[in-house]
Ligand binder design. Structure first.
Ligand code: MN
Ligand code: MN
Length: 468
């Protein structure tokens, strides 16, 4: 190789190098092995309830205990709290006094999907359907003519809970929502994309055999008879159910080079997996207490008692202060004001096919590492939690010291759209927060795409943040 010229060396010294992460990779096998674990996790955890169940299993097998079971806490103790089977907080108690603040990483387990309505079942022209109400920001046309599975719970008035998971195993039937054939879609095709499929038309086809020839609604009756024999439920039991339709497609390795992952709900389960594995893989007791959040309801504004806006997280933190024996008035607020957080949520990935929505200079790219968003919001940064430069510098320093590949990006061109995460909720408590996650292609679609390199860097980056 020819010697570098003075200009080349100066450029190397002064420019912010934005390189493809794969170029520097020496241990591709580690990255691919780690992604295998992720793909397996995804295939057993498609909904928030399933994520919490899988995460509890991982936590317990790594020595984490339910905080309710412990009376006192000491450095090195590993605890968790599960909120109504839908959100979870974990902590590893650090060596330093907790009054110096904690290091938090928080992701969310809920993903866009279709929920069943409270009165879902009906029959029309000898076909049985479930009515749905979509959850989160979806492009409705993407949810027709794909295989769907049904996950969730039916709780009888007695309190008995029936867990449903149908459509994932090869032996199970799947379900689908029909769409109009192109031959007769002349009027539909003239509509704007967002109106092409009506929310009220997202009805799931679930049966077509009548129970008998001589009763009205015989197909509906046959479906109820099947459900009654299988689960012991009647139509009224749907009133107290939470049933979610998710794509019945497996999370898979993608591309000839197998560099990517395709799967449902990677927003934000990819960050859940990265943070959780980083937490349980921490070899030494951290200096600052490491706190991990798996939140619910992020996709619909974080409201409700399992969403990040609820005070349940404060309760968990207060319990830690109580059980450390240090709690006193206003301590929780003081701890928050000295705490730091990575809001681990996915970033919009630059898509060359839709390049015009991104500012190429400030976009997150596939395969360039974990993506930091200093702010999100819309229009003039409205609604954004804008990370302080001092804190961004700290995070940069942690990542660069640990050789973690990162990029700093923003969500699309100015005024093209926008979005938000749980960052502002924690920032409002006084915590220094920056969004920090994996870039995703086709975000919120039934099948999302990520890079195994970025996933691995998220895992490494989160670990470095907690160890710092
Ligand atoms: Mn998200
Ligand atoms: Mn989202």
């Amino acid at each position: 190789m020819a010697e570098k010229t003075e200009v080349e060396m100066l450029k190397e010294k002064l420019f912010n190098k934005k390189e493809n992460g794969w170029n520097g990779v020496k241990n591709k096998e580690n990255i691919f092995d780690y992604a295998k674990g992720y793909i397996d996790f995804m295939n057993h955890s498609k909904t928030e309830r399933e994520i919490i169940k899988s995460s509890k299993k991982i936590a317990e097998s790594n020595g984490f205990k339910n905080i309710d079971e412990l009376d006192t806490l000491n450095a090195g103790d590993k605890v968790y709290y599960i909120n109504r089977n839908k959100s979870m907080y974990l902590a590893v108690i650090g060596k330093n006094s907790i009054e110096e603040g904690v290091n938090i990483i928080g992701a969310h387990a809920d993903s866009p999907r279709l929920d069943l309505k409270p009165n879902p079942l009906y029959e029309d022209n000898e076909l049985a359907y479930f009515k749905t109400h979509y959850y989160g920001g979806i492009k409705k046309y993407q949810w027709t003519t794909i295989p769907l599975s049904i996950h969730g719970v039916i709780v009888k008035k007695s309190g008995e809970k029936i867990e449903i998971n149908i459509g994932e195993s090869e032996e199970d039937p799947i379900f689908t929502i029909t769409d109009l054939l192109p031959h007769l879609a002349q009027d539909q095709m003239e509509k704007k994309l967002k109106n092409g499929i009506d929310g009220e038309d997202l009805n799931l086809l679930i049966g077509s055999i009548p129970y008998s020839a001589d009763v009205p609604e015989a197909v509906k009756l046959n479906v109820l008879d099947i459900l009654n024999k299988k689960y012991g439920i009647t139509e009224e039991d749907f009133l107290s159910s939470e049933l979610e339709l998710v794509p019945a497609m497996k999370c898979r390795s993608m591309g000839f080079d197998e560099s990517m992952v395709a799967g449902y709900g990677q927003d934000d389960k990819i960050c859940v997996y990265a943070e959780l594995t980083a937490l349980v893989d921490m070899k030494e007791i951290p200096n600052r207490t490491a706190v991990c959040i798996i939140a619910d309801k992020e996709e619909i504004g974080s409201m409700g008692n399992t969403g990040m806006e609820s005070d349940v997280f404060n309760m968990f933190m207060s319990e830690i202060l109580n059980k450390l024996g240090v709690n006193k008035p206003n301590l929780l607020e003081k701890v928050f004001c000295k705490s730091k957080m990575l809001s681990a949520d996915v970033d919009a990935c630059f898509d060359p096919i839709y390049a015009n929505v991104s500012d190429r200079i400030n976009a997150g790219y596939l395969g360039r590492g974990i993506s930091l968003n200093k702010y999100t919001g819309a229009r003039g940064k409205s609604g954004a939690s804008d990370a302080n430069a001092e804190f961004v510098a700290e995070v940069r320093n942690i990542f660069e010291t640990n050789d973690v590949r990162y990029q700093v990006a923003e969500l699309g061109k100015v005024d093209v759209g926008g979005g938000g995460t749980i960052a502002y909720i924690l920032a409002n408590k006084g915590i220094d927060v920056i969004d920090c996650g994996v870039p995703v292609l086709s975000m919120h679609a039934p099948y999302e795409v990520t890079s195994k390199f970025d996933l691995y860097e998220a895992y490494r980056g989160y670990g470095a943040f907690w160890r710092a």
